[in-house]
Design a protein around this ligand. Structure first.
Ligand code: ADP
Ligand code: MG
Length: 281
């Protein structure tokens, strides 16, 4: 992969452009960003526990995820990445500040398939086949059986997993299992994909491949992608990096790639597709 040079990007009046993730200083005027924002955090904090045992996992985070964004939340272990991701997913409540999902038309938990989640360890049900695992979220949200089967098969085909439809999770390699999880996300067609250290249990080659598949799938369904990672190689694949340290999101060092690099037509998905047949992943 060729190295991409980051550059800072802004509109003539200095406000953030409308086509990439923006992390803004606390108190920034968010009304300049249209309500196509899939998720918007304004001064969001999250504290676990109380009194002397209180741990502030996230302080005063202000950020926006727009349609088709590609964001890496980058930071060492314990810096608050997972907590921020869970807040964005609506899985955690805020202790301070506000989070809203105007572009998702409501809370992520109130609507099927608004947000797709990929965790560090593949979350597949051991007693179900690959196909059944991919169908399950659709069946749980009242998708007709035939349609769920069709969408699951199409997603597995796209990720070159059609040969594994009848396999049980225990028969898969780590990379294959994570790709099945990504196929499950693809089949549900969410607007926003949140991935928490999705490649940290994989070897370098497989991690890079799985990251490419995640990006390819996001492109395919026009979803925004936010990945929490401590891996610079995975972070470099995203258009925007949001560094995090000790619970603080650092908007001042947020990296925005140039317009040329964010032009989706310049992304070579055919090369990525060529990778999906790898036996290693
Ligand atoms: P990261 O994903 O970057 O490793 P986390 O968001 O998991 O960071 O954790 C940030 C901080 O919050 C850590 O100090 C962690 O111990 C603490 N923390 C996270 N979840 C909980 C919880 N459920 N209860 C108490 N402390 C927590
Ligand atoms: Mg984490």
């Amino acid at each position: 992969m060729t190295a991409r040079q980051p550059s800072y990007r802004s509109t003539p009046n200095g406000s953030p452009t409308n086509s990439a993730a923006v992390a803004m200083p606390s108190g920034a005027n968010t009304t300049t960003v249209a309500d196509s924002a899939l998720a918007r955090c304004q001064g969001v904090g999250r504290t676990y526990g109380t009194g002397e045992r209180a741990v502030v996992a996230v302080y005063d985070a202000t950020c926006v995820v727009l349609a088709r964004d590609r964001v890496a939340i980058m930071g060492p272990s314990g810096s608050g990445k997972s907590t921020l991701l869970h807040l964005l997913a609506g899985l955690e409540t805020t202790s301070t500040g506000q989070i809203s999902w105007p572009g998702l038309e409501g809370h992520p938990r109130d609507g099927a398939h608004r947000v797709g989640l990929v965790f560090q360890a593949p979350t597949l049900i051991p007693s179900m086949t690959v196909l059944e695992n991919v169908e399950l979220p659709m069946l749980l949200t009242d998708t007709p059986t035939g349609e769920a089967a069709d969408r699951a098969r199409a997603a597995l085909d796209l990720l070159d997993l059609d040969g594994l439809r009848g396999d049980l999770p225990q028969e898969l390699s780590g990379g294959q299992a994570q790709r099945v999880v990504i196929a499950r996300v693809l089949a549900a067609r969410p607007r926003l994909i949140l991935a928490d250290e999705p490649t940290s249990q994989l070897d370098r080659h497989t991690a890079d491949h799985v990251a490419d598949v995640l990006i390819q799938v996001s492109d395919e369904i026009d979803a925004a992608l936010v990945v929490a990672t401590h891996d610079p190689a995975i972070g470099a694949r995203m258009r925007t990096a949001w560094p995090m340290h000790d619970g603080r999101l650092h908007p001042a060092t947020t990296r925005q790639f140039s317009a040329a690099n964010t032009d989706r037509s310049s992304v070579d998905t055919s090369a990525r597709r060529g990778h999906t047949g790898s036996d290693h992943a």
